[in-house]
Design a binder for this molecule. Sequence first.
Ligand code: NAP
Length: 259
Amino acid sequence: MELGIRGRTALVCAASKGLGKGCAMSLAREGVELVIIARGRESLEATAEEIRKATGTKVTAVAGDITTPEGRAAALAACPSPDILVNNAGGPPPGDFREWTRETWIQALNANMLTPIELIKAVIDPMIERKFGRIVNITSSAVKMPIAELGLSNGARTGLTGFIAGLARKTAMHNVTINNLLPGAMWTDRLRANIEFNAKKSGKSVEEAKRAREATIPAGRFGTPEEFGEYCAYLCSAQAGYLTAQNLLLDGGMVPTTF
Ligand code: NAP
């Protein structure tokens, strides 16, 4: 299926690895010109080169922290008026809410709620004028099925979700869609580190801990960044103009709800 976005431009945040990289690669395969941002310059440059080689598409790498005003300014200077925005940043750490200070909360809210809102604010009016815009926010299955020790993520991402639910209804008539894509357990560095941590704690081998976790997922395995990227690219397609304001799980059936 040709997605009808060849020649469009995209800003893909937190894209040197994992899910952001998966989204960047799938968009590039559709001929979308990219600006990608992450903090570590070396892995970012390597990813940019990998995407260029694989797709022949123009990729600009901007090293910076998307959760800071300086990082956002650098990303927007390289891509002031994208047709597509993929919002993403690292997730907050797990813990016990009794130990979280106001500052801990502000950091989580900044990274996973206010940063995507700031970026949307910066790019949405030109999208509305051009009558084309696609915004995808990478959130988490924890929005639908909260994980107690990830309270910072549950809270911040649900705040973003509520905001998007209102805004998306204001932009739909202009062919500007906004959706949240909710990863379940996807095989990235982040999940790998999480499995290694739990394996150490429980005295299991990493392979054992991985298999045990995979067995809890109806699909019997973790999802891949490539699968995530393909879903994201479809949400950004010309064909997806009627698909907006949704919270879309990609979880191999993990979240046990009817709707
Ligand atoms: P990952 O494999 O660790 O990759 C994270 C990427 O984001 C890296 O490229 C990293 O590069 C970049 N990044 C992190 N913080 C950044 C910042 N402040 N500014 C710019 N770039 C930043 O993580 P992932 O698994 O793809 O997760 C992506 C998001 O999905 C996270 O918010 C995570 O909580 C959420 N999520 C993931 C899963 C899962 O199973 N994987 C499930 C639910 C939710 P640098 O470190 O070099 O900046």
